[in-house]
Each structure stands twice: as structure tokens, then as C-alpha cells.
Design a protein around this ligand. Structure first.
Ligand code: GLA
Length: 744
């Protein structure tokens, strides 16, 4: 079994082939962390790894070593993972071990998304009970280890076992103590239109925090950090990922203390959180997922990609090829009627798209973004035959139909707001801020969730709908739970997201055949919590291919390509005005859940031919692109960012697809060489280039080459061999690497 308990040393060792996580109960009863990383041998006592924290030097009484769940007020001067306010106003918590039990598999977390097992044999879990004797506070630390994934999952459940109420003021899902600070920290930060840009900086003494306080995980930061040793590359060196399965306010933080110990904290953001816990009541934290690799940053990404694709995403679409979508938004915005929708859909079908998605503007009386959110009935001025008839008309072209919704919102100009102004989030006596002319519905109110289940369920049940894009287009201001008493207002944000999860749970259960795409003004809520319900997410509202190189590279640190919706849009690009070749746009979007965001009628004959060919090309290779192993070969965050290269390898190793991208053309650049990874060194591969018209490049690379040669020397972009059509800015080439002979 992958969890070993050594009675004598009171040591728990969680392990699989790739890594180990070791904890120990001290004589004092405190539970300390000994090791996370390299696989250590079993049957060995690791008590010599016990570390004393800096504070222990002047604290003779307590043992504030690398605690598994550090608390405040009992000797550990570093930042705590659990803080409370007891009924008497004190905040001291001193946790000691009471017992543990091993559980086969991995239990679900009530009300919260989490990774899972299909077979109890896939993982083993340990629930460790810690108690604060004075108050009766009880903590259940749930830690699971997968056999096949180098990942540890952790969540905590706090129970008030005392006789007085108390308030939880900090509940981290995990605090991970590392015995040194020789790490660099990567974070994913951004804004609308430039999500998940990579920042990498060495840790220094003090705290470095990524946090969201606006109700969703947000554009500004992703609930993820990656630590890597100096000199670590994509393919080599030690790296640790910490990812939170949560879509609300979060904190991800590294603290280095004066002695050079590092503490990672990951959990619900504490400043916007306070949870009242009555005697006997429990609080469940979200799940944190730690990944460890000695195969570099790419090793950590490999773990998250596989684990999240196979054991976080659920439902019938988990293992199915994702359809090529044509979404109406950039092609029509709000300007459509029945005939225009039908024409777009038949144009999409004619190009080879498999699902047509009608975006915003089909409901209420919504001619722009100033009204109607909340009124989820079809706008019969635009669509007089109604949704069922429109869907049939679309489907008669042999294309599936999808629809856009934004359930969590209400427009001040809507019937719903007239009838239920009290359902909109707002603090008593204060004006509500409008953002994109809309308010947020109070998802912490169960009546709102019930209402939305009814009205959205009615829409989805009314016609043959196979795809839903679930949007969420604003941050929460004037946060206030309209049904919560004053002393529970600190629960609002978490209860909001629990309400969102509950609505998702009900709708995905009622419509198991629908493929859900999550969205929040692009990638404003692209997180593991959402992926547990919606297998894919709109990566960014910026569809410009050059900007997408950075956005998709950053997003790929954690999230699998199958989850990243990537569409080809019109030129000039609507967000930045850039004109890029249509094959470059496709070559970038191929590395994702591919589709289009344009009006087919606006394409000229050449473009139509290109689009048909692109779709055909993608469909034939999507198994590799959606479910293969993804590798970053050249990062747009390195050097001057002018070049990017990505690679996907089929699960059976029979083919690989490599994308190469160059932003600006420069005189006499010298040849670009970039090395492939993940091939069999002794196998032979045929190399071909897409698009095929690029003869000189094809000639230079269309060789049969060995895996060793492709990985040691690499692919070759020689501008002198390029001929004129390959020059210019915004170039992309796809190389297809097909195994023709096995090793040996
Ligand atoms: C958000 C989404 C877009 C589109 C619009 C519709 O901005 O990110 O893709 O759906 O809303 O209003």
C-alpha cells in the first residue's frame, strides 16, 4: 500500500514510484513534516530529518518544527495555516495528534470539487486527527497519494468539538514546510486579455503572495505556484507545483523565515474570510494538489495535465474528442436574427465545424450589454420561431448547437431585477456598483440557486442543446450575503462559490450529455474547481495569435490542452488590430480545444479553403493534440520572446506534432534550431511540414531522421532556405513527426 505507518517512530510515509511525503508525530504529540520530494525507501525511520524552526532557539517549552498544520499562538512565529477566534476572544490553538486511519481510495469532499478515483486501488488516503485539548477544536487532515500520479492531495476539515461557538479566521488547505529557500517561484498573473503570464523570481526573506479578493480566482492571478531550483529547465531539475481546486478568493504564498526555511501556504484567502463554527459543526477546506518532479517544470506540468484530465474532469466528455466549435461572438456580437444565425451555422457546417455556439444576445431584449441578464427566455423579436425551432434549423445542417449563458448575473434593466432586487449582491444602505452594466446574483442564497436551476434547466431542456458556454463577467463589489446574519458575513464569498458549485452540480447531473465551457471575461475563472464541472474553459478574450502564445504557454503550466479553448478569429484582430496569416492563427489554436470565432460569410474563397483544410487537419490529429503529452520547447517568456515552440506526443508515441512560431521577422537572423523531447532515441521518424506550400522549408526538413538526432540537434528553420513567402512577421509552421521504424 502506498501509505506506511511505522508504529515505533510514529511515522507516516506516503509514496509511489516517483516521490515520497513523510510526516511524524513527536513525543509532544505535534505532527511535523519531514520530507516531500525524491522517493525514499520504505521501512526506514526518518526522524533525523526533524528540523527545528528559528523560533525554537529561544523557545524552550514548545516544539515549533516544520508543523504539518501550523497554528497561531503556540510558538511558531511564522505565518499560520489555521487561526481561530475562540468565544473568549483568544486565538491560541495548539494541536496534538489523537489518531489516524487509513482509507482506501480517496473520499469526496462535501460540497466541493476535488480529484477522485474510479477504483479504490488508484490511491490511498490517511485522515489524521489533531485536537486542541483546551477548546475541543478538532482537525481532520486528509492526505491522499495516487499510485500512478506523482501528486499528493490535502484538505482539512475543522470541527468545533467544544461547547462554545468559535470563528475560523484562516483555514489553509495546506502549509508545506521546506527545509531551505534555494527556490525560484513562478506565478501566473495577468489581466483581462493577458491571462496567465509567467513571472519567475528567486525567493527572498519575507512573504510573496498571490491572492484574489474579488469573488473569483480572477484574471489577475491563478491559484497556482511553482517552485523550482536554480538552473531547473523544462526537462530537468527539481520542481514543486501547488494548485488549489477552488474558484473563489484564494491565497498562494511562500514565506522564507530568517533561518531560511520556506513555508508554502495555499487556501481560501483569509482577509475576506471568517466562518462561524457552532459546537458540533464542521468546515471543509478545498483541496490542494501538490506535484513534485525531478524532471523540471515540464515534469510538474505532465502530472497536472494527466491528473486533471483523467481524475478531475468528470462526465461523458472527459474521454471524448472535443468538437470543433464555431462561436458567434466575434462574428456577430449582438447583431443577429434567426436567418443570420441559421446562415452562420450552415456556413460553419460547410467549413467542417461540428458545433455552432450562439453566444450572448439571444434572450430577454438584449441588443447590447445594458439589459436582460436574468431573463432567460428567448428574445422573440430576434428569434421569432423560438429556440427549439432554431436549434432544429441549425442541426439540419449536420452541426450541433450550443448556447451562451451567464447565470450568476442580473441586469438592473431586467424583469428578474424588478421582481427580485433583493437577490442582487449589495451592502445595506450603499449603492451597488455596476460593472458592464450588471450586478451579481447572491449565490450564497439557496433560493437563487433553486431559481437558476429551474430557469436555466428549462432553457437547456427545451431544445437539443449539446454545448453550454457559462460566462461570469464581473468581479464582486459591495460583498454581502443577503440572507446571512451580520456575524456570518465573513462567510459570503465562500458560500457564493459553494452556490456556484451546487448549481453546476445540479445542471451537469440533469444534462449529462452537454459539454460545458466555463468562461469569465475570458480566463478570469480558469481554475481546477471549474474544471471539475466544465471540462474546458475559454482561455482569453484576446484571440490574437501572437498574444495567445504567451497566454497559452502560461496556462499550460497547470492545465491540459483539452481544457484550453482556442479559436481562430478574423483579421485585423478585434482586440489588438493585428493582421496575422490565417494559418498562423490556426497553428496557435491547434494547441487547444480548437475552433473559430468569426462569421463564415466574411471569409473570402481562399480563406474558406484554408479553414476547411485546417479543420480537416485538426480533426485527424486531435487525439494527439487534446490528449497527448504536451511539452514547451521554446518559451515566449524567455529571451526576447520572439520565438515559441510547442510539442504534443501521441499517447502511443507513434506521432508528434510540433508548432514553431516567430513574432517578428529580422534581417539575417541565422538559422533557428530547436530540440525536440520525448521521442524514442533509437526510432526513425518522417518529418513533414504544414502548411504544405512552403516548399523550401519542406525540402530542408522533410527527411527521415532519428529520434536521437531530433532531440540532440533539433528541427531547423533556415531563413535562407525560406523563399519569400515564408518571410515576414507572425510566421508559424507545424511539423509532423511520424514514427516509421522502431528502435533497434
Ligand atoms: C465575455 C466572454 C466573451 C463573450 C462575451 C459576451 O466577454 O469572455 O467570449 O461571450 O462575454 O458578452
Amino acid at each position: 500500500m502506498p501509505i506506511e505507518w511505522l508504529e515505533e517512530g510514529r511515522q507516516l510515509h506516503l509514496y509511489n514510484d516517483a516521490m515520497s511525503y513523510v510526516m511524524r508525530v513527536l513525543a509532544s504529540g505535534r505532527l511535523v513534516h519531514l520530507h516531500f520530494g525524491t522517493r525514499l525507501s520504505t521501512g526506514t525511520d526518518y526522524s533525523h530529518l526533524t528540523r527545528r524552526a528559528f523560533t525554537a532557539l529561544y523557545n524552550q517549552v514548545l516544539d515549533p518544527e516544520m508543523l504539518e498544520l501550523p497554528t497561531a499562538g503556540s510558538g511558531d512565529a511564522r505565518v499560520a495555516a489555521l487561526t481561530v477566534e475562540h468565544a473568549d476572544g483568544s486565538g491560541v490553538v495548539d494541536l496534538v495528534y489523537r489518531g489516524h486511519r487509513l482509507l482506501p481510495g480517496k473520499p469526496d469532499l462535501p460540497g466541493l470539487p476535488s480529484t477522485y478515483v474510479e477504483d479504490a486501488d488508484e490511491a490511498e488516503s490517511v485522515e489524521i486527527t489533531l485536537v486542541d485539548g483546551h477548546s475541543g477544536l478538532e482537525v481532520a487532515l486528509l492526505t491522499s497519494v495516487y499510485r500512478e500520479h506523482p501528486a499528493i492531495t490535502r484538505s482539512v476539515r475543522i470541527t468545533n468539538g467544544g461547547i462554545e461557538p468559535l470563528a475560523l479566521t484562516t483555514v489553509m488547505s495546506i502549509a508545506l514546510d521546506l527545509p531551505d529557500d534555494d527556490w525560484s517561484l513562478i506565478s501566473l498573473t495577468g489581466a483581462w486579455g493577458r491571462e496567465n503570464h509567467i513571472t519567475d523570481a528567486p525567493l527572498i526573506r519575507g512573504r510573496r503572495s498571490l491572492a484574489s479578493t474579488q469573488g473569483s480566482s480572477g484574471h489577475r492571478q491563478n491559484p497556482f505556484i511553482l517552485l523550482h531550483r536554480p538552473g531547473t529547465t523544462e526537462a530537468g531539475g527539481e520542481a514543486i507545483g501547488a494548485s488549489l481546486v477552488y474558484s473563489g478568493n484564494f491565497l498562494a504564498q511562500a514565506e522564507v523565515d530568517p533561518a531560511g526555511l520556506t513555508r508554502i501556504r495555499l487556501g481560501i484567502e483569509p482577509e475576506t474570510f471568517r466562518w462561524q463554527l457552532e459546537p458540533g459543526a464542521s468546515f471543509q477546506s478545498p483541496e490542494a494538489v501538490l506535484a513534485w518532479s525531478d524532471a523540471g517544470r515540464g515534469g510538474v506540468s505532465d502530472t497536472y495535465h494527466r491528473l486533471y484530465r483523467e481524475r478531475l474532469v468528470r462526465g461523458s466528455w472527459r474521454d471524448r474528442a472535443r468538437p470543433v466549435v464555431l462561436n458567434s461572438w466575434e462574428g456577430a456580437y449582438f447583431d443577429f436574427d434567426e436567418d443570420r444565425v441559421a446562415e452562420m451555422a450552415s456556413g460553419a457546417a460547410d467549413l467542417g465545424a461540428e458545433t455552432f455556439v450562439l453566444d450572448d444576445g439571444w434572450f430577454g431584449a438584449r441588443d447590447d450589454d445594458a439589459s436582460s441578464l436574468g431573463d432567460w427566455t428567448v428574445d422573440t423579436r430576434k428569434l421569432p420561431s423560438g429556440l427549439p425551432a432554431l436549434v432544429e434549423r441549425v442541426r439540419s445542417n449536420g452541426i450541433d448547437f450550443g448556447i451562451w449563458i451567464e447565470p450568476e448575473m442580473v441586469s438592473p434593466r431586467s424583469r428578474l431585477f424588478e421582481e427580485h432586487p433583493e437577490w442582487a449582491v449589495g451592502a445595506p444602505g450603499r449603492p451597488r456598483s455596476e460593472l458592464r452594466n450588471q450586478y451579481v446574483l447572491d449565490m450564497s442564497n439557496p433560493a437563487v440557486v433553486d431559481h437558476l436551476e429551474r430557469v436555466i434547466g428549462a432553457v437547456l431542456g427545451s431544445a437539443d442543446i449539446s454545448y453550454v458556454k457559462w460566462d461570469m463577467n464581473r468581479v464582486i463589489t459591495e460583498p454581502y450575503g443577503t440572507t446571512l446574519p451580520a456575524h456570518r458575513q465573513g462567510e459570503f464569498f465562500h458560500r457564493y462559490i459553494l452556490g456556484v458549485y451546487e448549481l453546476y452540480r445540479r445542471l451537469t447531473a440533469a444534462f449529462p450529455g452537454i459539454l460545458f465551457e466555463s468562461c469569465a471575461g475570458g480566463g478570469g475563472r480558469f481554475d481546477p474547481g471549474m474544471l471539475a464541472f466544465a471540462p474546458q474553459a475559454w482561455t482569453s478574450d484576446d484571440t490574437d495569435a501572437m498574444d495567445r502564445l504567451r497566454i497559452q504557454t502560461g496556462t499550460s503550466l497547470v492545465y491540459p490542452l483539452s481544457s484550453m479553448v482556442a479559436h481562430v478569429s478574423a483579421a485585423p484582430n478585434h482586440q489588438v488590430g493585428r493582421v496575422t496569416p490565417i494559418d498562423t492563427r490556426a497553428a496557435v489554436a491547434f494547441f487547444g480545444s480548437f475552433g473559430y470565432e468569426l462569421d463564415p460569410a466574411a471569409l473570402d474563397a481562399d480563406e474558406r479553403t484554408r479553414v476547411r483544410e485546417q479543420i480537416e487537419w485538426y480533426v485527424a490529429r486531435r487525439e494527439t493534440l487534446q490528449r497527448g503529452r504536451f511539452l514547451r520547447l521554446v518559451s515566449p517568456f524567455d529571451g526576447d520572446g520572439n520565438e515559441t515552440a510547442w510539442m504534443c506526443i501521441a499517447a502511443d508515441g507513434s506521432e508528434a506534432i510540433v508548432g514553431w512560431y516567430r513574432v517578428l521577422s529580422r534581417p539575417l537572423p541565422g538559422p533557428s534550431l530547436f530540440r525536440l523531447r520525448g521521442l524514442e532515441p533509437g526510432a526513425r521518424y518522417a518529418v513533414s511540414v504544414w502548411p504544405e506550400a512552403d516548399d523550401a522549408l519542406v525540402r530542408a526538413n522533410s527527411l527521415e531522421r532519428g529520434g536521437d538526432d531530433l532531440m540532440a540537434v533539433g528541427l531547423f528553420i533556415d531563413d535562407h532556405a525560406w523563399e519569400s513567402q515564408a518571410r515576414g512577421d507572425f510566421q508559424a509552421r507545424i511539423f509532423e513527426i511520424t514514427k516509421v521504424a522502431h528502435a533497434g
